[in-house]
Design a protein around this ligand. Structure first.
Ligand code: GDP
Ligand code: IMO
Ligand code: MG
Length: 427
C-alpha cells in the first residue's frame, strides 16, 4: 500500500516527468507500464536538464527503484545508451529492474515503422519512428521476442526465424527492401545479453511483495489518454494502453490495489503527429503558446501543435481513468494572454455535445464551443500557494476544476522541480 497511477490526460507531454520527479522520495518504486522510447520526459533540476525516454522518471531519485514493466516495449540499444548517458552525468541507475515479459524492439520493427509511415502518405500517423507499433503488433500476433528469450539462444533463434518469415515477405515484396538474416538479428540482440541478465526479474511478483511490505508504488504512464489504442483518437494513437487499465496489465498489479489515479493535464493543449484536435490554433495565439511553452518534442524535436484547454477531453479522461486528482501544469505559459478561451463543448453539424462524440467522423468535424476567461499579466512562477496567484489566474484554475468535478491537487508554474503549488499531497 499504496499504488498510485500517474498518467497523461490529453495527447502527451503534459509534464508527467516533472510530476513524477516532484513526488521524489515519497515513493519507493516508479514503474513504467506502457510504451517505450517514443516517450520523452524533460526534467529540470537546478541547472541540470534531463531528457528521459525509456527509463522511468523516478530514476533521478536515489531512493527510488525504477522498474520497466511487462507492458513496455524495450529497444535494448536505447536502454543501455540512456543508462550510459545518465551514469556519465553521475546518476546511479544500478537499481533498475526490467520485466522478463517485456517485449523487445528489434531493427526490423523500426524499419517497418518508418517504411510503413512512408507508404501511408497523407494518411500517416506521424509516429516517432521508434518501432513501437510494429513491436506491439508482433506481441499481439504472438511472434514477439521477450526479454527472457535472450537467455535461451535456441528459443531466441526460433522466435526470430518465425518473425522474419513474415517480416521478410513484407520488406521484400511490399516495401522493396532487402531481406534480413536471422543471424544478424540474433547477433544484434545477443550483444546486450550479459548487461541485460542482472536487470531482469519477475516484476509483478516484486511489486506485489513491495505493496505487501507497505512500500509506495507509482505507476507512470507514457503517452496519454487520447493516444490510447482503445480510448484515444484511433487510428491516430500509439499502440499501447496509457490509460489506467493499462497500468494493471502493464505491471501485473491488480486494480484492487490501486488507491489513486493522478492525471496530468496542461492548462492548454498540445499534440504531436497527425489526427483530430478540435481546439488547435493555427494563428498567432498558437504560435505564442508554442514559443512561451517551448512546445517542441523531446523525442523528435517536432514543433507541437498547440490549442486552448479542452474541458470535454479533461472530463473524458476523468471518466475513462477514474481520476482522483488532476495536476494542472504550465499555468505560467498562459501569462500575458488578454483573454483565455476554454472549450466547454463541441458543435457538430447542428448539435452540441458536452461529451466525446461516439464516432471518429463526428470528432473530426467537432467545432469547439468556447467560454472566455480574463487573463493576467503578473509573473506567477514564484507562486507556491493558490493565494499567491493573481485573481484571474485563480479564477481560471477554479473554473477548469469545476468543469471536471475532480480536484486539482497541484498546479505547475514553471519547469523547475519546485515550481509547483501543492494544494493536496499526491501520496
Ligand atoms: P511528459 O512527456 O508528460 O513528461 O512532458 P514533456 O517533458 O515532454 O513536456 C513537458 C515540458 O514542460 C517539459 O519541458 C517540462 O520541463 C515542462 N514543464 C512541466 N511542467 C511545467 C510547468 O508547470 N511550467 C512550465 N513552464 N514548464 C513545465
Ligand atoms: P510522452 O510520454 C506526445 C504520438 C506520436 C504519434 C503517435 C504514434 O512524452 O507524452 P508511436 O511512435 O507511439 O507509434 O506514435 O503518438 N506520441 C506522442 N506524442 N508525447 C508522447 O509521449 C508520444 N508518444 C507517441 O507523435 O502521433
Ligand atoms: Mg513528452
Amino acid at each position: 500500500m499504496p499504488a498510485i497511477v500517474l498518467l497523461g490526460a490529453q495527447w502527451g507531454d503534459e509534464g508527467k516527468g516533472k510530476a513524477t520527479d516532484l513526488l521524489g522520495e515519497q515513493v519507493d518504486y516508479v514503474v513504467k507500464y506502457n510504451g517505450g522510447n517514443n516517450a520523452g520526459h524533460t526534467i529540470v533540476i537546478g541547472d541540470e536538464k534531463y531528457a528521459l525516454h525509456l527509463l522511468p522518471a523516478g530514476v533521478l531519485t536515489p531512493s527510488v527503484t525504477p522498474v520497466i514493466g511487462n507492458g513496455v516495449v524495450v529497444d535494448l540499444g536505447v536502454l543501455f545508451g540512456e543508462i550510459d548517458g545518465l551514469e556519465a552525468r553521475g546518476v546511479d541507475t544500478s537499481r533498475l529492474v526490467v520485466s522478463a515479459n517485456a517485449h523487445i524492439i528489434t531493427g526490423y520493427h523500426t524499419t517497418v515503422d518508418k517504411v510503413g509511415e512512408r507508404f501511408l502518405g497523407d494518411a500517416k500517423i506521424g509516429t516517432t519512428g521508434r518501432g513501437i507499433g510494429p513491436a506491439y503488433a508482433d506481441k499481439m500476433s504472438r511472434i514477439g521476442v521477450r526479454a527472457q528469450d535472450l537467455f535461451d539462444e535456441k528459443i531466441l533463434r526460433q522466435k526470430v526465424e518465425g518473425a522474419l518469415e513474415q517480416k521478410n515477405q513484407l520488406l521484400v515484396k511490399a516495401y522493396n527492401r532487402k531481406a534480413l538474416s536471422v543471424d544478424a538479428v540474433v547477433d544484434d540482440l545477443l550483444v546486450h545479453v550479459d548487461r541485460l541478465r542482472p536487470l531482469v526479474a519477475d516484476t509483478s511478483l516484486l511489486l506485489t511483495k513491495a505493496l505487501d511490505d507497505g512500500k509506495v508504488v507509482l505507476l507512470e504512464g507514457g503517452q496519454a489518454t487520447m493516444l490510447d489504442v482503445d480510448h484515444g483518437t484511433y487510428p491516430f494513437v500509439t499502440s499501447s494502453n496509457p490509460t489506467a487499465g493499462g497500468a494493471c496489465t502493464g505491471s501485473g498489479i491488480p486494480p484492487t490495489r490501486i488507491d489513486r489515479v493522478v492525471a496530468i493535464v496542461k492548462a492548454y493543449t498540445t499534440r504531436v503527429g497527425s489526427g483530430p484536435f478540435p481546439t488547435e490554433l493555427l494563428d498567432v495565439d498558437g504560435e505564442r503558446l508554442r514559443e512561451q511553452g517551448a512546445e517542441f518534442g523531446t523525442t523528435t524535436g517536432r514543433p507541437r501543435r498547440c490549442g486552448w484547454y479542452d474541458a470535454v477531453i479533461a472530463r473524458y479522461s476523468a471518466r475513462i481513468n477514474g481520476v482522483t486528482d488532476f495536476v494542472l501544469t504550465k499555468l505560467d505559459v498562459l501569462t500575458g494572454f488578454e483573454r483565455i478561451p476554454v472549450c466547454v463543448g463541441y458543435r457538430i453539424g447542428d448539435k452540441t455535445y458536452d461529451e466525446m462524440p461516439m464516432t471518429q467522423t463526428e470528432f473530426h468535424h467537432a467545432e469547439p464551443v468556447y467560454e472566455e476567461f480574463p487573463g493576467w499579466d503578473e509573473d506567477i512562477s514564484a507562486a507556491r500557494s493558490i493565494e499567491d496567484l493573481p485573481k484571474n489566474a485563480r479564477r481560471y484554475v477554479e473554473a477548469v476544476e469545476a468543469m471536471t468535478s475532480v480536484p486539482i491537487s497541484v498546479v505547475g508554474v514553471g519547469a523547475e522541480r519546485d515550481a509547483s503549488i501543492v494544494v493536496r499531497s499526491l501520496v
